[in-house]
Write a new protein. Structure first.
Length: 484
């Protein structure tokens, strides 16, 4: 009898507590009533509870996830229970569709029903777009029509470099390894591979295949004009399209279905200033002006960004005046924009001679890894940091596991394209496994380990998503290690 009473009580509790609550009522319970004024602006102070997500919190306060991240940069690395964050008060109202009284009953029209906004469920709770099998298209230049021209007995070591059929093959191999691993974790994927070269007529013909309109994801390792054709197709059919090789920001303009995984140079300043605000906040930041550098506005733009982060920052005009600007009381962080190897070699030599007198950390932008002639001893002695679109830590366990599996499967060492192929498949298919095909709205809280780049996708109204995460690594004990 007691058991029956308990079950009945539990049933009433569930009906009145969980099932009776609408999504908006659940979100209202999250809302904090604690308000503080910070720098003249009112904020709600929200204490994160176990199980809450950034998307859930953003819905509760009626603000964008990116606004929360902007006010609380630390949440980029993830959130945890009992962590306190601030939410702008002016965006606190939860929008609820108004209910109008009707004097006389009327049959609702289909149009009126379709236009009523339905509240979105928080990420992780919404399973409406999840599938048992996902359809994925990989479009990649394999030049299979030229493959039969290769002589099987040709042992020329230069064959792999000269044959176009092998140029993008590592991307497919890395992509395939990610699929194999994910399938063991329970996600089922049907992969369609299309050989897409520079022929735009061939590209348009391939897009006529009826199965392409049913894809959940398209990954396009494509030449520029071909990518634009596929982008128009993806936009028309509302299919997510990933570009893993282009640096151009223009490819996402006007198309909300495109993801660009390589950050563009225009996001470099913001990425570097954010890093410096976290790592160099107590030091003396010096930006070395190099008149040979093409982007003349980069120096002032970085200074402005640093000052907005309350960093003590000034610009030095040329190498000669460096010694007079260095501080003996504070750590000196010297930021250098140059793509000139001779300039960088001369600079590191001069700074190395001063390292016993001053505490110096050098930050080289943007492509110092490509500069020839730099002395490793100088770079180590100056605690040099470098910035790149990606960085592979070969001491990392996840990377070691991938390299070992690649060598075992393909009898070769993985190239950069293989790492890129793995990361793209691993990230986007894991996102679909977690959130379904409507994963885009949940990426602000989606964190997953990758091989060479931790993605941080941002979008503006009407445009697609661009990764704005720059990898920063440093010289430490004659090894390259991640700095961020």
């Amino acid at each position: 009898m007691k058991k029956i009473i308990f079950i009945f009580f539990l049933f009433l509790l569930l009906c009145n507590g969980v099932f009776a609550q609408t999504p908006q009522e659940q979100l209202k319970k999250i809302h904090s009533s604690v308000i503080e004024k910070i720098d003249g602006k009112d904020y709600y102070i929200h204490t994160i509870k176990r199980g809450q997500t950034l998307y859930m919190i953003s819905k509760a306060y009626g603000v964008d996830v990116n606004d929360i991240i902007r006010e609380n940069p630390v949440v980029k690395e993830g959130i945890k229970a009992d962590q306190k964050i601030r939410i702008p008060k002016e965006g606190s109202k939860i929008e609820v569709a108004p209910v109008k009284e009707k004097l006389t009953p009327a049959k609702p029209s289909r149009l009126a029903t379709d236009t009523i906004p339905h509240p979105e469920l928080p990420c992780g709770l919404d399973s409406t777009s999840k599938k048992t099998v996902y359809s994925v298209a990989l479009m990649i230049p394999l030049y299979l029509n030229e493959f039969d021209q290769i002589e099987a007995g040709n042992d020329d070591p230069g064959l792999l470099e000269s044959c176009k059929s092998f140029q993008f093959l590592p991307f497919y191999e890395g992509f395939r390894l990610a699929l194999d691993t994910l399938e063991k974790k329970g996600i089922r994927v049907r992969l369609w591979v299309y050989d897409m070269d520079k022929d735009t007529v061939k590209t348009r013909q391939i897009l006529k295949n009826p199965e392409l309109k049913k894809m959940d994801l398209i990954v396009g390792v494509l030449y520029h004009h071909n990518f634009q054709i596929v982008a128009d197709f993806a936009k028309k059919n509302k299919i997510v399209l990933v570009n893993p090789i282009s640096e151009r920001s223009q490819i996402i303009q006007g198309n909300p279905f495109i993801f660009k995984t390589i950050p563009s140079k225009k996001t470099l300043i913001g990425g570097v200033s954010d890093f410096m605000a976290h790592k160099f906040s107590s030091g003396h930041v010096l930006i070395l002006k190099n008149n040979q550098y093409q982007d003349r506005e980069a120096f002032e733009n970085l200074k402005k960004e640093c000052q907005e982060h309350q960093l003590n920052t000034q610009i030095i005009d040329g190498q000669v005046s460096i010694a007079g600007k260095l501080s003996k009381e504070k750590h000196n962080y010297l930021v250098v924009f140059t793509s000139n190897a001779a300039f960088a070699v001369d600079l590191t030599r001069r700074l190395y001679e001063l390292k016993n007198e001053y505490d110096i950390t050098l930050l080289g932008l943007p492509d110092w890894s490509k500069l020839v002639g730099l002395e490793t001893e100088y770079l180590v002695g100056l605690k040099t940091h470098q910035v790149a679109t990606s960085f592979i830590d070969y001491e990392n366990g996840f990377v070691k596991q991938f390299v070992g599996q690649y060598q075992k499967t393909y009898n070769a060492d993985p190239e950069i394209l293989a790492f890129q192929g793995f990361d793209v498949a691993w990230y986007f298919l894991s996102a679909m496994k977690t959130y379904g095909t409507n994963f885009q709205r949940c990426l602000g809280e989606f964190k997953i380990q990758t091989l060479q780049n931790q993605y941080n996708f941002q979008k503006s109204k009407g445009n697609g998503f661009e990764n704005q995460r720059w990898e920063i690594y440093k010289y430490e004990n004659y090894k390259l290690v991640s700095a961020n």
